[in-house]
Design a protein around this ligand. Structure first.
Ligand code: SAM
Length: 281
């Protein structure tokens, strides 16, 4: 039996049955358009037999599209009512036994994923999109690539290159793990309720080579936060609290890493930040 997708009327009926009124607190904007969920799955290049993790499956529209492509899904949902309903919805839509595993939990706190999925596909809750992405990349080394839908500004930041105004701390931290690209547009009209922000798809591929251990990552992220905490200041000032307390001591470290101390954080690549962090190791 082929897997069938959810239609707009069925999504609203399901929500009514469960007494679910979408909440802003949990970023609940459900996709009610089959073309959009198929477009996301296509952008993620989901292949039959792959194991995908989805954060926030909600009522299951994107989940069913991933399953329709022949992948199996581990879905992490914080809303107990939605998590409890999902297996029944999947069974009614032709999903074979064993293809879907639901984890009823806060995605920010999960430390294990059944099936060690290699692909992340999600319409992320907007309020936690960047922290949850970084948590997943940090915690699950088997996660190799993914496509997620996020607020347009967040997608642009994640994919931004050094030197641009929107390049900031999320851009550099995301780049620690791999390369990012914008992967498609999405109309506001495909959501219920219609959000008051635009959304974009953003994709990533994890780098094959790891940049360093956890201590180096923490140190690097600390420097990144300091650099962008005062992004208008020259680096020798912005990062001075982490390098001896003065612009002069910070300049020594910056020069040792081959970085001009008069630059600003937005001009540095992830490799520059890592070199600077290594001067402390
Ligand atoms: N994937 C569904 C879709 O596209 O229609 C729903 C997407 S909706 C934008 C975000 C979903 O994430 C909601 O189902 C919400 O309950 C869930 N969610 C919010 N915060 C979460 C968290 N910390 N952990 C897991 N799920 C979360």
């Amino acid at each position: 039996m082929p897997v069938t997708l959810l239609g707009a009327a069925e999504i609203r009926a399901l929500a009514a049955d469960l007494d679910v009124t979408p909440t802003k607190k949990l970023g609940q904007n459900f996709v009610v358009d089959a073309n959009t969920v198929r477009k996301i799955v296509h952008a993620a290049r989901v292949q039959p037999g792959e194991r995908v993790v989805e954060i926030g499956p909600g009522l299951g529209s994107l989940t069913l599209a991933i399953l329709e492509a022949g992948a199996s899904v581990t879905a992490v949902e914080i809303d107990h009512r939605l998590a409890a309903q999902l297996p029944a919805t999947a069974a009614r839509h032709g999903v074979p036994d064993g293809a879907l595993t639901v984890v009823d939990a806060d995605a920010m706190r999960v430390t294990e994923l059944p099936g060690a999925p290699a692909v992340l596909v999600a319409n992320l809750p907007y309020n936690v999109s960047v922290p949850v992405l970084l948590h997943f990349l940090e915690t699950f080394p088997y996660l190799q690539r993914g496509v997620v839908m996020v607020q347009a500004e967040v997608a642009e930041r994640l994919a931004a290159a050094p030197g641009s105004k929107i390049y900031g701390s999320p851009s550099v931290k995301a780049a620690w793990y791999g390369s990012w690209r914008l992967a498609g547009t999405v109309s506001r009209q495909v959501f219920w309720p219609v959000p008051n922000v635009d959304s974009l798809l953003v994709g990533f591929d994890r780098d094959e080579i790891e940049r360093g251990d956890d201590a180096l990552r923490r140190r690097t992220f600390q420097i990144v936060d300091a650099a962008f905490g005062q992004r208008r200041k020259m680096l020798r000032q912005a990062v001075s609290p982490l390098f001896g307390g003065t612009a002069a001591t910070a300049s020594v470290a910056l020069e040792a890493a081959g970085i001009d101390p008069t630059l600003r954080g937005e001009q540095l690549t992830i490799d520059d930040f890592v070199r600077l962090a290594r001067t402390v190791h």
